[in-house]
Write a protein that binds this ligand. Sequence first.
Ligand code: AMP
Length: 193
Amino acid sequence: MLNIVLFGPPGAGKGTQSERLKEKYGLVHISTGDVFRALDPQSDLAKLAKSYSEKGNLVPDDVTIQILEAEVSKFPDAKGVIYDGFPRTTAQAEALDKFLAAKGTSVSVMLSLVVPEEELKARLVARAEVSGRKDDADPSIIENRINTYKKSTAPVAEFYRSQGKLSEINGVGSIDDISERLYTALDSRKTKI
Ligand code: AMP
């Protein structure tokens, strides 16, 4: 089973590129951000998640891990999964390792999209026009999301680097160019998986 962690800061292009990888390799795409946004807005879980996400903070690990595991379990026959926006903390990465080990599989590779901060901010502001996401529209929330990424999420790359699973990809350029870089990185890795 192919388990791809698609990693990068907010605005790096994870959602866009996940859709491409999903089509090309026939994988399931799981975005924890999308799962949170799709919850029944009246539910306690949705309200809890929103109380964090609307400020640009991370939803607590225990809730997020439970949501992720429930989502993966919906696709028992998947030949592979793209994890988009998960894991975002080292505790989540450890939980994912355990969860996959219990299923007799493991993370195959982390593809990390590298984009300079100024470009991220410009992309998020532009995305707000079409996404309607409040957390994309407010500069102070964008700032908080990027700072949270640096403090809590960036260390997750080191977790996978130490396992020899990290591939860093230049995330600047056309969407097609970036997709090609991801395909090349993945194809060169797949021979080793
Ligand atoms: P995203 O759509 O990936 O930008 O996520 C939107 C928001 O959902 C984030 O700012 C967090 O508040 C929350 N979220 C998504 N994924 C996670 C995660 N793995 N851990 C904690 N919070 C998350």
